[in-house]
Write a protein that binds this ligand. Structure first.
Ligand SMILES: [Zn+2]
Length: 320
């Protein structure tokens, strides 16, 4: 049905899943770099393919998989379902010889300002991303995290400083931007996030008015930068700034000092612990395989009566 070789493979249909190395045929759940290779042939949603071809320019042969539209592939039936993680993000339902396998990829349940809500079909085998499979991570409701972001951005501007928000250029940048613009804040984005925001808009996602990073546009605006970018190499170098990290890891205590920022906002695009448990109860699988996150999560599922095991340890981005 499937095998693991430094990544997940659907054996019979010959599809590599989210492998960041070139493959003859690779399914791409979403366009974060740790899930994509320059494949000879790619399977992905139309939105993810637009992002894939922006990030890896050149001829990129591919088959579009719009949400909910099943394709036949080497004897398997493959369907993409929304994953709620970023534009185009998809879970993959593979039906092979009467067995249904659901691979979640990175996902989140509940609302998003910039992408479709996740859908969870039933499956016999569930391969799930468990980044926040730690019950000790404090749960912060999305509304509370959004209020915290808005309050702190407002207070920073009132202090005469520029809010500098570190966010991954695909997904978190657009989510934070939409939350800010729909609450009356002006937003300036760095080049990469701006280019990806143009793709969001071309795909019909409303983001509000955004400007590109430029010294003349800074007063009164919040600025979005990628996590590794230091303000000294930007037009912000001589301005008074307060820095923000917007990440699920901010739910843990002392997040500001650990993340090295003035404000840590626990807004995540990954499922929290309760959502992970809810996923298993809703999908009703006979077997669960866990990727990412703590190995203890599979043990907790086993204790709850599910047949569960970690698939492997993999590296996950620190800012998710
Ligand atoms: Zn991701």
């Amino acid at each position: 049905m499937f095998h693991y070789d430094r990544g997940l493979f659907l054996t019979a249909p010959g599809v590599a899943v989210d492998i960041p190395r070139r493959q003859p045929c690779g399914f791409i759940s979403h366009a974060h770099r740790d899930h994509m290779g320059r494949h000879e042939f790619a399977l992905a949603t139309p939105e993810t393919l637009q992002l894939y071809r922006y990030i890896f320019p050149g001829r990129r042969p591919a088959q579009e998989m719009p949400y909910g539209k099943t394709i036949e592939w080497n004897g398997a039936r493959l369907t993409a379902h929304p994953a709620g993680h970023c534009l185009g993000s998809a879970m993959l339902l593979a039906e092979i010889d009467g067995t249904r396998l659901l691979y979640t990829g990175d996902y989140k349940l509940g609302p998003s300002a910039t992408c479709e809500c996740a859908e969870l079909p039933n499956a016999d085998i569930l391969i799930m991303e468990c980044t926040f499979g730690n019950p000790r991570r404090p749960r912060v409701p999305r509304e509370a995290a959004i209020d915290q972001l808005l309050d702190r951005v407002r207070a920073t501007l009132q202090r005469g400083a520029t809010p500098v928000i570190y966010a991954y250029p695909l997904g978190k940048s657009q989510e934070v931007t939409r939350i800010l613009t729909s609450n009356g804040f002006g937003v300036v984005q760095n080049r990469k996030a701006y280019a990806i925001s143009e793709i969001y808009k071309a795909c019909g996602v409303e983001l509000g008015h955004i400007e590109r990073l430029d010294a003349r546009r800074l007063p009164g605006h919040a600025v979005i930068l990628p996590p590794q970018k230091h303000v000294s190499s930007t037009p912000l170098a001589k301005r008074k700034v307060e820095t923000f990290a917007v990440t699920g890891w901010a739910a843990f205590p002392e997040a500001e000092s650990r993340l090295g920022v003035d404000h840590a906002i626990p807004l995540s695009d990954h499922a929290d612990y309760d959502e992970l448990l809810s996923t298993v109860h809703r999908v009703q699988p006979e077997e669960v395989y866990c990727t990412h996150g703590p190995k203890s999560f599979a043990k907790e599922l086993t204790a709850a009566g599910f047949r569960a095991a970690p698939l492997t340890a993999q590296r996950q981005l620190w800012l998710v």
